[in-house]
Ligand binder design. Structure first.
Ligand SMILES: Nc1ncnc2c1ncn2[C@@H]1O[C@H](COP(=O)(O)OP(=O)(O)OP(=O)(O)O)[C@@H](O)[C@H]1O
Length: 392
């Protein structure tokens, strides 16, 4: 080869080497490679220049795309890149979701401020807060559809193992339910067969509606379809925005059972304004107010911490004596004498009640039927934390 030909071919050679180098860098940074192990891709890229590099870049692009709303329809415009430092974390104790100082300031006090979220693996995590607390902002940053001003998000799984379901999922009205979920399968889990589509439809109670066009679906059915589309890829992390908002009581109960059954197998983060629902299925809870995470941890602990020091006493005989003696105790705040020998007592502290009530009952020789602390619920704890602001 003469010098002139060699010089003419130099840019092409540089381009091929550059392409291979770029593919190798992408491969090295990827958590896992599409279809083949990483150690197979590396020599393939080098030895079959440029075809190995081209094939890798095309396939990798398809397999690491953004998580789709409802897991079904690819977004028409790419979402703004969130502040993300994904990378799976090692060890079973590593949280499934961890944010560090997540901030999105909309101005005038609205937004999200320094949120350090920790979602352990395998839990059902309920996100609650009053109107405008920042729940949607937080969820949309986690899903990658909104950008944070500062802070980071770490996910314990690749983004391909994350599925999202918005509160009002939207689908092309002329598609059937089967086609919607099948489309999601093609996009997020082509390795799975049509059986996965049927499983997801049946699980969400849409097996009989598989052939119906979704344009005629009610809001509740559309919400279930969104969940089916999200579940078809067998995600490890499921992010649900108000999953029960459009459902009637029976549909809500079914959806909650479905979510509860995922505990241990998947990690579910869901926002809800129905605190009874959250208390029923969420073993962990995060309480947001004005963009600040006021509490996160076990739902049980939150409720227990706000147990009202209040007891219900049932007596077999006349309760007036006992009520009178209780009123005379310095640690008793309030005594309510009810019909049928029932007394409700508010004490200063749980400890005072636990010790003082049995003493008073014994000193009166009262015929005791029952004496039980009145359980607080998540609503009580929530209102105490948020200064009486209603959840929304
Ligand atoms: N794009 C935006 N630009 C400016 N302000 C916004 C924007 N999005 C949300 N906000 C404001 O940020 C605050 C938090 O909103 P966000 O929707 O995250 O709260 P939320 O807890 O989901 O409320 P809701 O329960 O009412 O849906 C609100 O005051 C809202 O008005």
């Amino acid at each position: 080869m003469d010098r002139t030909t060699a010089l003419a071919l130099l840019p092409v050679a540089l381009l091929l080497v550059g392409l291979a180098a770029y593919a190798l860098v992408r491969l090295a940074r990827a958590e896992r490679a599409p279809y083949l192990p990483k150690w197979v891709w590396a020599p393939l890229i080098v030895l079959s220049m440029p075809w190995g590099a081209v094939a890798y870049l095309l396939l990798a692009r398809g397999s690491t795309g953004p998580v789709t709303a409802g897991g079904a329809v690819p977004p028409t415009t790419p979402p703004a890149p969130p502040v993300l430092s994904p990378g799976p974390q090692s060890g079973t104790d590593a949280p499934m979701v961890a944010t560090h100082g997540l901030t999105r300031d909309y101005g005038a006090g609205a937004g999200l401020f320094g949120v350090d979220l920790r979602v352990p693996r395998g839990v059902v995590y309920g996100l609650v807060g009053p109107n405008g607390a920042g729940k949607s902002t937080l969820l949309s940053i986690l899903t990658g559809t909104r950008r944070a001003d500062s802070g980071t998000v770490e996910l314990g799984v690749p983004r391909t193992a994350v599925a999202v379901c918005p509160d009002v999922p939207e689908f092309e009205p002329w598609l059937t339910a089967y086609e919607v979920v099948d489309l999601a399968r093609h996009y997020v889990a082509p390795r799975l067969g049509p059986g996965a589509v049927w499983d997801a439809l049946r699980l969400t109670g849409l097996g009989d509606a598989a052939g119906r066009r979704v344009g005629g679906f009610s809001r509740g059915m559309t919400q279930r379809l969104g969940l089916a589309a999200a579940l078809v890829g067998d995600p490890e992390l499921l992010l649900l925005d108000e999953p029960t908002s459009a459902l009637d009581p029976a549909g809500r109960a079914e959806m909650l059972d479905l979510v509860a059954a995922m505990r241990g197998r998947r990690t579910v983060v869901f926002s809800s304004h129905i605190l009874a629902d959250v208390q029923r299925v969420a073993d962990h809870v995060g309480v947001l107010r004005a963009g600040v995470l006021l509490y996160q941890g076990s739902t049980r602990t939150l409720v227990d911490e706000h147990l009202a020091p209040r007891w219900l006493i049932r007596l077999s005989g006349a309760a007036e004596d006992v009520a009178g003696k209780l009123r005379a105790q310095p640690w008793v705040r309030r005594v309510e004498l009810r019909d049928a020998g029932e007394i409700r007592v508010d004490a200063d502290t749980m400890r005072h009640g636990e010790r003082g009530i049995p003493e008073v009952l014994a000193s009166c020789g009262a015929g005791l039927v029952a004496c039980e602390p009145l359980a607080a619920d998540l609503e009580t704890a929530f209102l105490a934390l948020t200064n009486g602001q209603e959840p929304s």
